[in-house]
Write a protein that binds this ligand. Structure first.
Ligand code: LHQ
Length: 267
């Protein structure tokens, strides 16, 4: 059974134990506007608390994944005071990044076409990123006098190292999906025609897996960026302790010993 909801700027479907969220302003390259932020906020709260959803797939409609902020919303006449971008980040983009990073399930991003500006960094905030071979990643911010936001200056050096992070940020040149994979920016580049099939297969797989265990992996991997080994060992102990009390752990061990396939319920 699948459940579909259409919002003004996104499509949202729940099927096979996972949710698929499609940015749907293809005529505007799925750029972020106020309505899209509102729709995303609403739908991601539902994702967090709906126990039918054990993975989230994020993608875009049309030829782009997302070209970042809709700059046609941001034109500033000579005599007008520009919008406070700090406020924009504080109220719209930063909560979105935090939500994707904290959802207690894997978030897979299928980058179907160009991902520019905040669009690139929202993709990189996801747990596993696949991209169509024709897709490109562009840190376009430097071309309009800005710096990579939505976590860009944090994630880029961590994923690709300081030299490549600097080149991407200072030059704003397009990086192909193949190079993004080779650089370690994304998990995998796949043929355009295979992208959605492969991304959906990954989510269908996650939907049968121990969801709390996957959420524990997510937490621990993220914390490792700022923890030292001592702190990380303690965190692994605490998370493993909780997971050891889960139904899915009990089922995993029982199934292993009985030489049968486990049936995980996400509990
Ligand atoms: C666009 C856009 C766009 C409006 C293409 N807006 N129309 C956060 C806080 C607050 C404010 C500031 O921003 C941020 C975060 C950010 O995201 S800043 C970065 C914003 N994004 C960009 O700077 C990317 C600008 N776009 C591009 O570099 C190119 O359009 C890309 C590489 C995305 C696509 O290139 P092409 O495939 O060659 O397409 P195109 O350039 O011909 O674009 C198609 C149309 O889409 C075109 O309009 P037109 O009327 O001529 O058909 C573009 O003007 C429009 N468009 N991005 N962000």
């Amino acid at each position: 059974m699948s459940y579909q909801t259409t919002y003004e700027t996104i499509d949202f479907t729940i099927q096979d134990g996972y949710a698929e969220l499609t940015l749907n302003r293809p005529e505007a390259l799925n750029t972020f506007n106020a309505a899209m932020h509102t729709d995303l906020k609403r739908v991601l709260v539902d994702v967090e608390f709906d126990d039918r959803i054990r993975a989230l797939l994020l993608t875009g409609a049309g030829r782009a994944f997302c070209a970042g902020q809709d700059l046609s919303d941001r034109a500033v006449s000579d005599d007008a005071k520009p919008t406070d971008l700090g406020h924009t980040l504080d109220t719209l983009y930063n909560p979105l990044v935090r939500k994707l990073r904290s959802l207690p399930m894997p978030v897979v991003c299928a980058v179907n076409g160009v991902a520019a500006g905040a669009g690139a960094n929202i993709a990189l905030a996801c747990d596993m990123v696949m991209a169509a071979r024709s897709a490109k990643f562009i840190q376009a911010f430097c071309k309009i006098g800005l710096l990579p936001d939505s976590g860009g200056t944090w994630i880029l050096p961590r994923l690709v190292g300081p030299a490549r992070a600097a080149a991407l940020s200072y030059l704003g040149e397009a990086l192909s999906a193949d190079d993004a994979e080779q650089w370690g920016l994304i998990y995998r580049a796949v043929d355009d025609t295979d992208l959605m099939h492969e991304a959906r297969q990954l989510c269908t797989h996650f939907a049968t897996q121990p969801t709390q265990g996957l959420a524990g992996i997510k937490k621990a991997l993220q914390a490792s960026w700022h923890n030292d080994l001592e702190q990380q060992l303690d965190l692994e102990r605490d998370l493993q302790q909780q997971l050891g009390w889960s139904e899915d752990y009990r089922e995993g061990v029982a199934a292993f010993l009985a030489k049968r396939s486990p049936v995980f319920k996400g509990r």
